[in-house]
Write a protein that binds this ligand. Sequence first.
Ligand SMILES: *Cc1c(COP(=O)(O)O)cnc(C)c1O
Length: 460
Amino acid sequence: MSRFVHPAGDRHAEILPEDRPPQAPADLNTLDPTIWPRTSSRADGSITIGGVDVRDLAEQYGTPLYVVDEEDFRSRCREYRSAFEGGEVHYAGKAFLCREAARWVMQEGLGLDVCSAGELAVALSVGFPPERITMHGNNKSPAELERAVQAGVGHIVVDSYEEIARLGFLAERHGVRPKVLIRVTVGVEAHTHEFIATAHDDQKFGLSLSSGAAAEAARRILALPQLELVGLHSHIGSQITDTAGFEVAATRLAKLMVQIQQEHGVVLPELDLGGGYGVAYVEGDETLDVKEIADSLREIVARVAQAAHLPVPRLTVEPGRSIAAIAGVTLYEVGTIKDVEGLRTYVSVDGGMSDNVRTALYGADYTARLASRASDAAPMLSRLVGKHCESGDMVVRDLWLPQDLAPGDLVAVAGTGAYCRSLASNYNYLPKPAVVAVAGGASRVIVQRETEDDLLRGQL
Ligand SMILES: *Cc1c(COP(=O)(O)O)cnc(C)c1O
């Protein structure tokens, strides 16, 4: 499939769907196992997830509804943990974080990345071990840094010179010696199987390798006895399905490690290569084998270290999407259906860009199925749209749904477990949907649906 990168170059910018030739799938009832949650199936016509019928979920909790397959989420945590044995896996909380998800991550033995005091508060509220938390962010406030230092988080990723001075001050005040990593901008940007290696780094994250800013940061940190510099960090992109970009990043980081060793006599023991591992959102999308990527990254780091005559550093990775995305689906009730003559059928649902902004924001691809029953009706070319006052309010730009689709039917959108709830808004004063976890035939609310009171709270 030929693909291109969003020209806006947003950090989250992903892949725009090409104009796919309208080709109807053979069967509108099947659930591709790379796209749908691991425990999902069509039992009695309708879709079940975690042993729970989506019709029961809709009846009990209402729609729109985020449904999370707990076993899917946890099993991916376990796969990462065992594939990267000997290194560290930190779940990137920004993909999807709530107290229960933090507990799952904690129980499965992973670390957690946070990038605000709010995300940190969620983790600490469930007793997440602070030493397994890494604090990120290009503009951490002094208060956020202090909270992190006070809590005793395991790592703080330094993103600017200002932060180094602030951290030194805070460490002294609290009588601790935080471990820090330097966020290095390595001049590699990766999207799916393509990556661009550049010399300049025109973006807000990190300290540039090529300008010497990263080396200067190391100088400043090593001059402060209150801080312990333990390694380097880079995060090169998202939806990556190939390791070539990581190889360039690791090679560039190793060069800086050598420079630091030569200049200061300090051997850095840790290397954090970030996250960004891709998932399949629609049929035909590439998927990544966790074991393969782990073996490949380990091999790259070992080879690069050897070539630079460095001891092999401890490898950390930070998957977010690839743990959370496929575990989640969004259930909607179908409302109005409009046949726009000769073009397509617009199927409106009871949510939209407030619960999933990715389609509108960067043309993300999704797929959906009629969920409350099976259907043998012929396929109709459709567009799944929301109820917001924007014509760009689409959930799924192009998809096939059965012609007998009717108001009141439930549709499920696949792959919404990451960057949907976490990017949700109250646009048009829609309350954010509940998040329900399903497992072993039971369901439970892990984040309550917002109410009208929630929407009015805090207003004069
Ligand atoms: C967003 C982010 C991640 C996770 O990215 P995914 O694409 O969800 O895997 C990891 N590390 C850092 C520093 C990030 O900003």
